[in-house]
Design a protein around this ligand. Structure first.
Ligand code: GLC
Length: 599
């Protein structure tokens, strides 16, 4: 008699479902069981390994160390790519590293992090979206979700599971080189943008699809509020001001289920964030009930006071769970072992850190899907993603001046002049964090420049000429003049003077002298001091760092779409006005937060 014949089909189905549930470890109940089961089996060495994040270049030649030191996470710093910078090479690299992680006794998969902050921007050929300043100008939270969803697909195509984004800084001083990484100057805009970004990267519930990647809200806390906008500087305001301006983004991110938070290099009233038990453990993990894990910034613990052993002790006891070393994993490994044996780090703290890290890995589905899903390869730079990026570009542009409705430009012009090096430079329009850490001028990746977009938008009967510096402008119906900042990232972008360069000012005055009407398109990571440029231009369009899809700029210039962007930062009249933020007393910017013209 076959047992099956005794079981009613319904009972059989119920049995199958319950079994499948037992196997589905990303189910919260089962995930917790797996995590606590693993921790109960792990040695101290295996636990310490999970807390180490190592740069790929430090182990490329020693992948066996992933196994020997139980390394739980690997990262690519800005621009750190396999020698062949293509999707297959990234996926092969990822899978190779993962194969060594799965050689460990407990076969715990490693998690790989990267700065995919405006697309999978380390990857040649990936779609590059507007930096956060442009997304903030769109005011469109659904668009931000779509942008980060597309980014997640292009990250997952390389095997990588974790992006160090969104940056939810609330920049208060445009001298800061990372202003463009922020969505804007108000807690209200940033918290909602950050929430949408987290949900886009993680696809709502973490691990719910194969392209769900771990998000990372950064940099906790107050990175955008340092005195004079100094990168990695000191925030010198009251706790209540810090809570009002800089904390809401983390509250929203925690509620959105963000899987990780990165600590800021900066300090609050003289105390380094990497050593702050109050903010990391009491506030983030306690008050905000953040359930993910906390990761340090790049070598951030090395900036703490004291000898190395003290730095490690301070950082881990403050509540940091994973250390972005990123190089000397052998010293760190030995140091933590010593600190635990000397009871300077409680083993309970180690267990709490490892529990948070393993929980994220389980929720992400890493135990079930540790290797690259090669079916995603066609997502990279896809027409669908470039179309989303083009829409984001359109919605990010802010029209600041439009005398006598100069824009939209007429398509039936016979002679059009495009002016400026930045008008034909993919690297410039993408800005920092593109292919390399700092970004660079030139044809650094695949995309469309403004010059190319203008040529595509106009009829073949229109003569489109190009001038680097605006000489020979007479006789044209109008000109499109592109000026602005060269690429930079982080502290390299800190400026005490935000005036346009002398070369740019010369171009604008030359165009003014030519007598032909022109629109100035400003490519920059922040509001700049415009001086005579505003008066000299018939129209002025802030384009920020819009990425690879310049067709979106042409869409607005020629009126296929109306400009809808609104300023995410107050636009100062002069350097002496900075910092200037909406809500300030005697608030009198050149253009207010939220300003933007349309047709
Ligand atoms: C950098 C940045 C941080 C980035 C990390 C890894 O120093 O501060 O935003 O995620 O290192 O590249």
């Amino acid at each position: 008699m076959k047992i099956k014949s005794l079981l009613s089909p319904l009972l059989l189905i119920m049995l199958m479902v319950s079994c499948s549930k037992e196997n589905n470890i990303s189910d919260p109940a089962n995930g917790e069981n797996l995590v606590s089961d693993l921790i109960s089996k792990m040695t101290l060495d295996e636990k310490i390994g999970q807390m180490m994040q190592v740069e790929r270049s430090a182990i490329t030649n020693y992948p066996q160390d992933i196994t020997n030191y139980f390394i739980g996470s690997i990262l690519s710093g800005g621009g750190s790519a396999p020698s062949n910078n293509n999707v297959a090479a990234w996926a092969d690299m990822y899978d190779n590293f993962q194969s060594f992680a799965l050689k460990t006794r407990l076969k715990i998969p490693m998690i790989y992090g990267i700065d995919a902050v405006h697309g999978n921007n380390n990857l040649y050929g990936a779609t590059i979206f507007p930096h956060n300043i442009g997304l903030g100008a769109t005011g469109n939270f659904n668009l931000v979700y779509d942008v980060e969803r597309a980014t997640a697909e292009e990250v997952a195509a390389t095997g990588i599971d974790w992006t160090f984004a969104p940056c939810i800084a609330v920049p208060q001083n445009e001298r800061w080189g990372r202003t463009y990484e922020g969505f804007g100057e108000t807690a209200d805009l940033v918290k909602q943008m950050g929430q949408s970004a987290v949900q886009g990267f993680q696809t709502g519930t973490l691990g719910s699809t194969s392209t769900s990647i771990l998000a990372c809200a950064k940099h906790f806390l107050g990175d955008g509020g340092t005195k004079d906008g100094h990168d990695q500087g000191d925030v010198q305001i009251s706790e209540s001001e810090i809570r009002r301006i800089h904390l809401p983004g983390y509250d929203y991110a925690a509620k959105a289920g963000v899987g990780s938070v990165m600590v800021s290099f900066s300090s609050i009233n003289g105390q380094k964030m990497h050593g702050s038990y109050h903010w990391i453990t009491d506030v983030l993990k306690g008050e905000l009930n953040f359930k993910g894990f906390v990761v340090s910034d790049w070598g951030g613990i090395d900036q703490l006071p004291g000898d190395y052993k003290t730095k490690v002790e301070t950082a881990i006891n403050a509540g940091i769970d994973m250390i972005m070393l990123p190089y000397d994993y052998k010293t760190f490994f030995a140091t933590v072992k010593q600190l635990v044996s000397e009871k300077r780090i409680p083993e309970g703290r180690i267990d709490e850190a490892v529990k948070r890290i393993l929980t994220a890995k389980v929720q992400l589905g890493l135990f079930e899907r540790p290797f690259t899903d090669r079916s995603l390869i066609s997502k990279v730079g896809s027409a669908e993603h470039r179309s989303i990026a083009r829409s984001a570009v359109r919605q990010s542009l802010v029209l600041l001046k439009n005398d006598n409705s100069f824009l939209p430009l007429k398509k039936n012009a016979s002679k059009v002049l495009v002016v400026g090096k930045a008008a034909d430079d993919i690297g410039t329009q993408c800005g920092g964090w593109t292919i390399s850490w700092q970004g660079s001028e030139g044809k650094t990746t695949i995309g469309t420049t403004i010059l190319e977009a203008v040529r595509k938008a106009l009829p073949v009967t229109t003569q489109v000429a190009y001038s680097l510096d605006g000489t020979g402008a007479s006789g044209f119906d109008y000109a499109i003049v592109v000026v602005g900042e060269k690429p930079y990232a982080e502290g390299n972008g800190d400026r005490s003077d935000l005036s346009l360069s002398a070369a740019d000012q010369t171009i604008i005055s030359r165009m003014k002298s030519s007598g032909i009407p022109f629109v100035t398109v400003l490519i920059s990571g922040r509001p700049m001091i415009l001086g005579s440029v505003l008066n000299d231009s018939n129209a002025l369009l802030a384009a920020w760092l819009f990425g690879t899809e310049a067709d979106g700029v042409a869409d607005i210039l020629f009126g296929d779409y109306k400009p809808t962007g609104k300023l995410p930062y107050s636009w100062p009249r002069s350097m002496s006005q900075i910092p200037i933020n909406s809500g300030d007393p005697n608030y009198d910017p050149l253009f207010a937060f939220g300003f933007g013209l349309t047709y």
